[in-house]
Design a protein. Structure first.
Length: 597
């Protein structure tokens, strides 16, 4: 039975076109970072067959009876079904007859691509190529070394270069230990001859990658031994790739990596280094953002902030953000610290730019919870104000404005302290948002104070306001207000006076007067209610009303505007006085408690 997910997917075709849709399907549900093993080697050297033996994949293999020709075009990718989440890459063979001698761009690009994304690169070669000056594998090794030099300059992480020598260990051939010795000698010679960038002439082979060698027996004539050796090789490869976090680049960035490599026909080190630095910094930043969004501590903070004020919200959020930014810095520092040349500043700028992107996107995630926190602080402060105001209002000798002034300063100080303690996000510049919420709180505080004043005016008898106004050099008004004693009013009188106070707040005294003129049914009872409050009408014990000016009984059914015109005059005077009280109170509130940004 065919193993699940063993069928390969064409990643890059022979023309260099990247299969985006196929790759998206391949990656669906996969982790962000996956162990990757790639294989390169001469054409018809059995690369695909070796991968199938090692990882139970189904790469297409050559049929020798139909001729030794290219079977792998481009780059193919497959999952190792029994060693998940390992991924293997099968690259087009080198030095094929189908290619012209000068057409090596794709070979170089493929080798560089494999080295850029793989943990381990297998170099598959024939045993009879070891030690030969004109062996088919020598151009391949030169290509790989040039690619390694280009890539290594922007990363200190080593790729494992695992040489697999085919058809060794025969009774009549060279012993495997001698093959390994000769191969390492070849590798050193090719390495020494490889051109090094300026400033890296003394770079050692071991500075760039780890070298390992495995010799495999002939598949056809020593099958049993070959199978045993493949099992050991599989274990060795897997043990070196257990930790995907050591990947030099995330597999999901393969498209960007390939696009960058295609721009450079050769291995021009500096622009390639810049390309890889940008790609890797971007991928690392995206990964850190995902980790932040899924962080359990942050998720708990965010959820709690939706319904309540979270103590130390700012400090806890700052700590979590700093963790992921610090991880980004550590994982990208090599790109900057190992640079030299005319692209150095661009590499540093790229790293800094991706860090800024990470910070901005993370703050966008934090912002809704931050605004929720400010909202909770505003609500708690407003509740504190109303509670304090109510407590101070128990003192009958204190006016609403005096009580307001006593509560105003302490509540604003409370708001500022809570914002500083619980809602300071160090990386953000959200001063304007905090100021906006603060101004909203001030409006609510003033509106509450005005409502208290309206209530007071609607039930007070002979409301009297004495304003001793003293203008100082700063033009701040210092008010002093007193209240007269209260008399009990009928419920209907309280209601209609409260309605009139609200009407003046909305329409002004002129608007309310016009309304009363058009609707006399409202004017008569309001005139009586105001007259009762001012002592012009006496409420008798039996429930009747007596007009003090005439000592006559006043009935609500009377045509009051015509029978008692002075009551109407008194009503207008009372309305004007009350309206002026409202206007003065508003001005005094603004003067006593200006909006402070």
């Amino acid at each position: 039975m065919e193993p699940e997910n063993s069928q390969p997917t064409e990643l890059i075709n022979g023309a260099g076109d990247f299969n985006e849709s196929g790759f998206e399907d391949f990656l669906r549900g996969a982790a962000a970072s996956i162990p990757v093993i790639a294989i390169v080697g001469p054409q018809s050297s059995g690369k695909s067959a070796l991968l199938n033996h090692l990882f139970c994949t189904k790469f297409r293999v050559m049929n020798a009876q139909t001729g030794r020709s290219k079977t792998t075009n481009g780059i193919w990718i497959a999952k190792a079904p029994h060693i998940e989440p390992t991924v293997v890459l099968d690259l087009e063979g080198t030095d094929g007859n189908e290619k012209g001698e000068d057409d090596t761009a794709f070979e170089k690009q493929s080798a560089l691509f494999a080295i850029a994304i793989a943990h381990t690169v297998i170099i598959n070669m024939w045993c009879n190529d070891v030690g030969r000056e004109h062996a088919a594998s020598r151009p391949l090794l030169r290509t790989v070394f040039e690619a390694m030099l280009s890539l290594s300059l922007i990363s200190r992480e080593k790729t494992t270069l695992h040489f697999v020598v085919r058809d060794g260990n025969s009774k009549t051939g060279t012993p495997s230990e001698l093959l390994k010795r000769d191969l390492k000698k070849d590798i050193e010679e090719i390495w020494k001859a490889a051109p090094k960038p300026q400033g890296n002439e003394d770079t050692l082979l071991t500075d760039i990658f780890n070298v390992e060698v495995t010799v495999l027996s002939n598949y056809e004539f020593m099958r049993e031994k070959f199978d045993e050796e493949v099992v050991q090789l599989q274990k060795q490869l897997i043990s070196h790739n257990l930790d995907p976090s050591t990947s030099k680049i995330y597999l999901s960035s393969a498209k960007n990596t390939w696009d960058g490599i295609k721009k450079y026909k050769g291995f021009e080190v500096q622009p390639f280094r810049l390309m890889v630095a940008k790609t890797k910094c971007d991928e690392i930043a995206m990964n850190k953002l995902k980790l932040f969004e899924s962080n359990q501590a942050w998720s708990k903070l965010k959820k709690s902030a939706e319904t309540e004020l979270v103590k130390d919200f700012g400090a806890k959020t700052n700590s979590i953000l700093a963790t992921y930014l610090s991880e980004y810095d550590k994982e990208t520092i090599n790109f900057e610290s190992s640079t030299n040349g005319r692209y150095d500043q661009q590499v540093r700028d790229a790293r800094s730019s991706k860090r800024q992107d990470l910070k901005s996107k993370a703050l966008n995630v934090v912002y809704p919870a931050y605004m929720n926190t400010l909202g909770h602080i505003r609500s708690e402060t407003l509740l504190s104000f109303t509670t304090q105001l109510k407590a101070w209002r128990q003192d009958a000798s204190m006016s609403i404005l005096e009580a307001y002034e006593r509560c105003y300063g302490s509540c604003l100080e409370e708001f500022d302290e809570l914002c500083s303690d619980y809602a300071t996000i160090e990386l953000a510049n959200w001063v304007d948002d905090a100021s906006t919420v603060r101004e909203q709180l001030l409006r609510e505080i003033k509106e509450h104070a005005l409502n208290q004043l309206r209530d007071e005016l609607s039930v007070s008898h002979n409301t009297k306001e004495v304003n001793n106004i003293r203008f100082v050099q700063t033009s701040i008004v210092q008010p002093s207000m007193t209240r007269s004693r209260k008399l009990s009013l009928p419920k209907w009188a309280k209601s209609i006076r409260k309605w009139a106070i609200f009407g003046m707040s909305v329409l002004g005294v002129t608007g309310l007067t016009t309304l009363l003129t058009c609707h006399s049914a409202y004017a008569a009872p309001l005139a009586v209610a105001l007259a009762i409050a001012r002592g012009l009408i006496e409420l008798l014990p039996d429930g009747r009303y007596m007009y003090s000016a005439t000592k006559e009984e006043l009935k609500m059914s009377d045509d009051i505007p015509h029978k008692h015109p002075m009551l109407m005059v008194s009503m207008h005077e009372a309305l004007n006085t009350t309206y002026q009280s409202l206007i003065t109170a508003q001005k005094l509130l603004n003067s006593a408690a200006p909006v402070v940004a």
